[in-house]
Ligand binder design. Structure first.
Ligand code: MF3
Ligand code: CO
Length: 256
């Protein structure tokens, strides 16, 4: 069942969304050569606590991992796709790309967003991967309109990414969001004809999160049980926003 939100509920999700935006962008400003992902984690944890919110990822139980995620941020560097764990080792290097993903729960309602940012100067090919992934999310956001269907979002991302010669990760997908971090429906970044294709209705909120690989689509999970990486070692990019369906069109809750 897809849970639709009232105006009052969307107002609460907006507050969560703006906090997520502030955390992500403050942490992104800290990204530079020599910084460790644990420094980013510690800054994010403090901001979320100071705002009186609860970090959405810390303590999140995954049946696939068989345990609870231990951090506030996911920090996924280069060939890491999603769910990379902050570490005091391996400081960031010039030319890296890092996906920073975080979520909060405030007054009962969740927000969830991710950005991928460069560490210093990056190659033109990596910059193009980031641009295409971000554009695919923007194009998907524009499909979040009453009367459209879920597949309009999925097919928009897939066509644009694949036309640009990149590949879509299959094993991880976007999701509905509200009083739970993950609600129905699943929001894949590709069209799967076996899935349902619900009509989008006012009050639905979708977390759309394209995960795009420079090389082949296949992923695997490392022995830490969380970090998803590309099998071919190619770089991967990830952007995410929470978007509400309103009478006036798409409302991106996770940016001003
Ligand atoms: N943005 C991701 C998601 O919505 C991050 C989840 S990390 C986890 O699934 F730890 F919470 F699983
Ligand atoms: Co998400």
């Amino acid at each position: 069942m897809i849970i639709r939100k009232s105006q009052a509920e969307l107002g609460k999700m907006r507050r969560s969304g703006l906090l997520v935006y502030q955390v992500l962008h403050s942490v992104a400003e800290m990204v530079s050569e020599g910084v460790t992902t644990m420094e980013l984690e510690n800054a994010a944890a403090k901001m979320i606590a100071d705002a009186g919110a609860r970090p959405a990822f810390k303590g999140y139980y995954s049946a696939a991992a068989g345990n609870r995620y231990p951090f506030v941020l996911c920090t996924s560097v280069n060939e890491q796709i999603v769910h990379g764990m902050p570490s005091t080792k391996n400081p960031l290097k010039k030319g890296d790309v890092i996906s920073i993903d975080t979520g909060v729960q405030l007054d009962g309602y969740f927000g969830d967003s991710a950005i991928t940012v460069p560490v210093g100067e990056i190659s033109a090919s990596l910059q193009h991967l980031l641009d295409v992934t971000k554009n695919s999310l923007e194009m998907a956001i524009d499909k979040v309109r009453e009367g459209n269907r879920l597949f309009d979002i999925c097919s928009t991302v897939q066509k644009y990414v694949e036309t640009n010669g990149y590949s879509i990760v299959r094993e991880f997908v976007g999701h509905g969001i509200g009083t739970a971090l993950h609600e129905e429906p699943q929001v894949p970044n590709y069209v799967d004809k076996n899935n349902e294709n619900p009509r989008l209705k006012e009050g639905m909120v979708l977390a759309i999160e394209p995960m795009v690989n420079l090389g082949k689509p296949a992923s695997k999970v490392l022995s830490d049980r969380w970090t998803a990486v590309t099998q071919d070692g190619s770089a991967s990019a990830h952007f995410e926003h929470c978007v509400a369906v309103t009478k006036d069109g798409p409302w991106v809750l996770t940016r001003p």
